[in-house]
Design a protein around this ligand. Structure first.
Ligand code: ADP
Length: 640
């Protein structure tokens, strides 16, 4: 399944036996913890049944004296013969069972939690590893909030189910089987009366599961929408503040949150029916046991029951054990809830893991030790996944060390041309060659290692200036980092920062100005020292003075490596070996600055615009510009 046509949610729907796969694929290495958890869970429950049984026997044998003292699994030789001896023996057994139950409970909680946390950790890291390697098209199509929700919420939900709820489900099973067996052993007919609610409870639970599943799908999608909205708003807080749209956003968040509340409430309401329903059922069992058992003890057995009547001790044991079922049975809804939740999360996680990147290294791909830097675009066509052709028949060659300038209106396809080089996307037609090798025949890691990219919006990671410069060249020394910063004209401002190279830049580098971020990013590229360089409007976000500084550092950077420069300010590309004018995805003219000015085409017109010679523009250029402006306006509106 390739990344450009898929959605983890949809793919997840076709994942078969998600919970089993979760256990086999991620639980395998930690199964011993799970088994210990399972055994101790059962042990805890069995031990919790000991006191009521002993109590029942003690009532009849020690206090009432109506039958001989005997206990299941306890050899007769262990049982004292005196009344007092039997009394203390009962107390000791109950005491030991309670202490052991506490120890088992500790072991159960630790091992199950260890198991679930380990699984969560592995699921999260492997999902992240996988996601990070998916194609850019995947990230174009999926919202950050949605992906964060898979990495965070979904992984957490698994843990919630795997530790407590898994234990609860097992305990419930053990409890019902254990209690059933004990009750049948004491009095089979009365046990039938008490346990007649179990099939009803099972049916009721099944009905609940079916209904709640649909509600949870709604809850999940509304929580995803809410997350995305919140994430977007926080990221765009500057726009909100400067546009004064706080109340508009208040309302949008309120709507999303209310939608979530509504869906959540629907699901909760189901729970409100289920829990008391289960409680009622167990109360009915309790009352029926009391009435039937009591009548049987006091008078004739009701309901056509025959046989010997239960003793007082039997009744005590019956009633306590029935009561013991109330809590776990009402907890069933939570178990089911969490199970459904965990299943949906697991499906989404496996859905994501079933997406495979299309841009990978071919099995026979080569590793190039060094690159000379000859780049050829050979009749390249390209369309983003929506199908419309963005580039057509792009052909040019850059010799090693040459600088290629790319100019043209916004949306012409300049960035797209550059993104194809490191294979952020693959060409749909034609070929791009580096030193004569099709880029698809070079391993992706090797290709990208040799290409440096400085974009318009420089992204810095939260960390120090030094860490950001050395990002990707992790073993660089401080001297090398400083040398790179000097070459990027960044050293001076960095040393003036409060902590110099150790100053933290804040999330996305907010504590630095646009020009400073840009220079840090150039320093990073200088340090990485790639053979091929792409500068995508690297100086567009800065003032003229800073541009001059950056330009100096760029000149040094581009000196002896093949460079692609995309620039709106034509002065940036004036000195390029060749300038390509791109319009509507095609190269419409090419040449040096002087040649293009002489040619009097698109470039010459753009140059005149920037020189302020508006009157000298050709009529055709003005018409084209207004056509493009209205087309992009239309595009803008249709996007809204
Ligand atoms: P330029 O760099 O010349 O401004 P781009 O290469 O960014 O132009 O864009 C060329 C065309 O491709 C535009 O029409 C733009 O809308 C479209 N485009 C750019 N990026 C994407 C993307 N990730 N998905 C779909 N279409 C895109």
């Amino acid at each position: 399944m390739s990344a450009d046509e898929v959605d983890p949610e949809e793919l997840g729907e076709s994942v078969e036996r998600p919970m089993l796969r979760l256990f086999t694929e991620y639980g395998g290495d930690h199964l011993h913890w799970f088994v210990i958890g399972l055994v101790t869970s059962m042990g805890t429950r069995f031990l919790s049944l000991v006191p009521p049984i002993v109590l029942g026997v003690a009532v009849d044998s020690v206090f009432h004296g109506s039958r001989a003292y005997s206990l299941l699994f306890v050899p007769e030789s262990w049982i004292p013969t005196t009344q007092m001896g039997q009394f203390w023996f009962s107390a000791e057994i109950m005491g030991v069972a309670m202490v052991l139950a506490a120890v088992f409970n500790f072991a159960r909680a630790s091992s199950l939690n260890l198991f679930s946390h380990r699984v969560k950790h592995e699921v999260r890291t492997s999902t992240y590893q996988w996601m990070q390697r998916l194609d850019m098209t995947f990230f174009d199509d999926h919202k950050t909030g949605e992906l964060m929700s898979i990495l965070n919420n979904d992984a957490n939900r698994l843990e919630l189910f795997l530790d407590n709820m898994m234990g609860s489900a097992i305990q419930l099973l053990v409890l019902i089987i254990g209690i059933g067996a004990i009750l049948f052993d004491i009095n089979a007919q009365l046990a039938l009366v008490t346990l007649s609610i179990i099939p009803v409870a099972a049916l009721f639970t099944w009905w609940f599961m079916k209904r709640i599943e649909a509600f949870y799908a709604d809850v999940r999608s509304s929580v995803g929408d809410l997350n995305t909205r919140l994430e977007n708003n926080l990221a765009g807080i500057e726009v909100i503040k400067t546009a004064g749209t706080e109340s508009f956003e208040d309302e949008r968040v309120r709507k999303s949150s209310y939608e979530y509340f509504k869906r959540d409430w629907q699901a909760l309401r189901m729970n409100f029916v289920y829990r008391p329903g289960m409680q009622l059922l167990t109360s009915i069992a309790f009352a029926a046991t009391f009435v039937v058992g009591g009548l049987w003890f006091l008078a004739d057995p009701p309901l056509g029951i025959s046989g010997s009547a239960p003793t007082v001790g039997d009744l005590v044991t019956f009633l306590i054990l029935t009561q013991r079922m109330v809590e776990p049975l009402t907890q069933m809804s939570e178990v089911v809830d969490r199970y459904e939740d965990a299943k949906a999360s697991t499906k989404r996680i496996f859905g994501l893991l079933s997406i495979t990147p299309a841009i990978t290294s071919r099995p026979d791909a080569v590793e190039l030790d060094s690159i000379r830097g000859r780049v050829e675009y050979d009749h390249v066509n390209f369309a983003y996944e929506d199908g419309e052709e963005v580039l057509s028949d792009v052909t040019f060659t850059a010799e090693p060390g040459e600088t290629v300038g790319l100019v043209g209106p916004t949306g012409a396809g300049k960035s797209t041309i550059c993104k194809l080089l490191p294979r952020l996307y693959d060409v749909t037609g034609g070929e791009i060659r580096v030193d004569g090798h099709d880029v698809r025949d070079i391993t992706v890691e090797c290709l990208r290692e040799h290409i440096g990219y400085v974009g318009q919006d420089t992204f810095l990671f939260d960390g120090t200036v030094e860490e950001n410069i050395a990002y990707g060249a992790f073993d660089a020394t401080r001297d090398e980092i400083e040398a790179a910063a000097k070459a990027a004209e960044a050293h001076e401002f960095v040393t003036n920062l409060p902590d110099g190279y150790d100053t933290r830049v804040g999330e996305r580098g907010v504590k630095l100005s646009g020009g400073q971020r840009q220079r840090v990013s150039i320093a990073r590229t200088i340090l990485a020292d790639p053979e091929l360089l792409v500068l995508d409007e690297a100086t567009s976000a800065v003032d003229t003075e800073t541009e001059m500084l950056i330009q100096r550092s760029l000149d040094r950077l581009t000196e002896d490596r093949t460079t692609f420069i995309i620039a709106h300010r034509l002065s940036t590309v004036k000195g390029a070996d060749v300038i390509l004018s791109v319009e509507d995805g095609e190269i419409v003219e090419r040449g040096t600055h002087e040649q293009l000015l002489d040619g009097d085409g698109l470039y010459a017109d753009l140059w005149r615009v920037q020189a302020g010679e508006i009157d000298a523009l050709s009529e055709e250029f003005v018409m084209e510009a207004s056509r493009r402006a209205s087309a992009s306006q239309l595009g803008h509106e249709s996007n809204q």
